[in-house]
Design a protein around this ligand. Structure first.
Ligand code: PAF
Length: 277
């Protein structure tokens, strides 16, 4: 496995490759990331994983400074997983000058995560577009855990005619259902015991929908109330259409239930896809 930190040597190294898969990450890798790596390896001859904590997608009050950086361990895991190249640029390499050019995002980026974290998707799409331009992958793999991010990246690729296939990797969960995430590291022991409640409340909504309840606002409201009563501070629980992320209506099939909530200072997000009936 090669570790490359600059753009020119990466481009030179990739010149001879005929099929490249990229897994963009912010590091602090866990089994969820490694499952994306396995998908990437099946899709292309050369697998590139990028590790870059992207300041642009963090608001000033967010956790950019304390975001876990575990480069040595990450590289060891990636080597064991059969990755060909890890690209670890510094901020100076990726943003040598202030990043004035950014994308004008569609309304789907203003809802849910976009409403709670203004500027987040602008930061994500900027770095993802730069990584696509640098690596020129044929395939890029993103986790379904960040469902809205995945949808927005898909739209960016379609609407900007980028020649990369976006492949989704399923959310990997701990035994109690908690979706694996680097931010789970922030949870203390008590919070960790409670953390599975978020996905359980999404599952409860899913079960009600499957058994015929289409009163989505009531289902959302009751989940929010339950979580708040159990010590969470809920940003949203929402039943949406999978493709558009618009609020689901009674006749829709192909739904996704999304949730974001805080346990004290730790913010967790999750989602559950309901197959079209
Ligand atoms: O999902 C993430 O880890 C990040 O948002 C990404 C896609 C690597 C961009 O910084």
């Amino acid at each position: 496995m090669e570790i490359i930190t600059d753009i020119a040597p990466l481009r030179a190294r990739l010149q001879c490759e005929t099929s490249i898969a990229l897994v963009p990450t912010m590091g602090n890798l866990h089994t969820g990331h490694l499952s994306l790596v396995q998908i990437a390896r099946q899709r292309a001859g050369c697998t590139v994983v990028s590790i870059f904590v992207n300041r642009l997608q963090f608001a000033p009050h967010e956790d950019y400074d304390c975001y876990p950086r575990t480069q040595e361990n990450d590289c060891r895991l990636l080597e064991e997983s059969g990755v060909d190249i890890v690209f670890i640029p510094s901020e100076k390499i990726l943003y040598p000058v202030p990043q004035e050019f950014q994308l004008l995002l569609p309304p789907v980026a203003d809802t849910l995560e976009g409403a709670c974290r203004p500027g987040f998707f602008r930061g994500v799409t900027t770095v993802v577009l730069k990584l696509f331009n640098i690596v020129q992958p044929h395939v890029a793999v993103f986790g379904e855990k960040d469902y809205q991010q995945l949808q927005i990246v898909r739209r960016m690729v379609t609407q900007l005619n980028l020649s990369v296939d976006i492949v989704a990797g399923q959310t990997i969960r701990a035994e109690d259902g908690l979706a694996l995430s680097s931010r789970n590291n922030y949870l203390d022991v008590i919070q960790r015991q409670k953390a599975g409640e978020l996905v359980r409340s999404l599952r409860k909504i899913g079960e009600s929908i499957v058994s015929g309840n289409r009163n989505f606002p009531q289902l959302e409201w009751s989940a929010i109330e339950q979580l708040n009563m159990h010590g969470w501070k809920v940003d949203y629980v929402a039943v949406r259409q999978q493709c558009t992320l618009l609020p689901a209506t009674v006749c829709d099939s192909g739904l996704v239930i999304l949730g974001a909530a805080w346990l004290d200072k730790v913010r967790l997000i999750d989602n559950l896809l309901l197959a079209p009936s």
